[in-house]
Design a protein around this ligand. Structure first.
Ligand SMILES: [Zn+2]
Length: 222
């Protein structure tokens, strides 16, 4: 799952003007940021197997510290605490709760699409995954639906500051769908560490786009 992960970030943003959209964009990919770093460091393991699932070439066979259910809960709480204490104290407890939900939403998104590779806890033999990635049409349809739904809630909860604020949502949507299409039709890198590095770069670029989008729109007055 790629753009679908951003649906909760977009949907949650209107609930707190004190939490920038890009913070939520980083939060929903926080587990994958950690995953990318641990893959590059060789602590977690995965390999590229062309045709592994119809919509994914990733065989994610060892990622207990970032993608087990216990790890996802742990990182959601740690991330929320760090957000409250160090990153954005101004957003208060409500902001930290939004960040907690955003971080954990990543695991639920992965649960939908992954093969059975999400362990309950590190070392557990029980692995979960509903496997939507085994169908390209269904998984991409669900992902696009989630993304557009989240984005519509964001647009409903904010208003444009000017002409740029009116066209910016279309620009960001097109860029994100473009990256998704590239990920589907492009050839994956042979080395999983390059894949992880590319993930870090693309998540950060998208967070930058979110910061720009947020700067040209303001919270809607109720
Ligand atoms: Zn993930």
């Amino acid at each position: 799952m790629f753009i679908g992960h951003y649906a909760p970030a977009a949907a949650l943003k209107p609930l707190s003007p004190k939490v920038p959209l890009w913070h939520l964009f980083v939060a929903v990919q926080f587990l994958d940021y950690l995953w990318s770093v641990l893959i590059i460091a060789g602590v977690e393991r995965a390999r590229i197997v062309p045709g592994f699932l119809e919509a994914s070439d990733l065989d994610l066979y060892f990622m207990p510290y970032t993608h087990s259910l216990a790890a996802a809960i742990f990182w959601s709480l740690i991330g929320a605490a760090a957000y409250r204490l160090m990153i954005n104290a101004r957003a208060g407890l409500p902001g930290a709760i939004l960040v907690c939900i955003a971080i954990f939403s990543h695991w639920l998104g992965d649960l939908l699409v992954h093969a059975e590779d999400l362990a309950l806890w590190p070392g557990s033999d029980v692995k979960l995954g509903l496997g939507l990635w085994s169908s390209l049409t269904i998984s991409k349809g669900v992902e696009l639906g989630l993304f557009l739904g989240g984005f519509i809630l964001y647009l409903g909860g904010t208003s444009p500051k000017g002409a740029i604020g009116r066209i910016a949502p279309a620009v960001v949507t097109a860029a994100m769908i473009g990256i998704e299409i590239y990920a589907v039709i492009g050839t994956p890198p042979a080395d999983i560490r390059i894949f992880a590095a590319l993930a870090l770069v693309s998540y950060s670029l998208i967070a930058g786009l979110a910061a720009w989008l947020d700067s040209v729109r303001s919270p809607r007055r109720r």
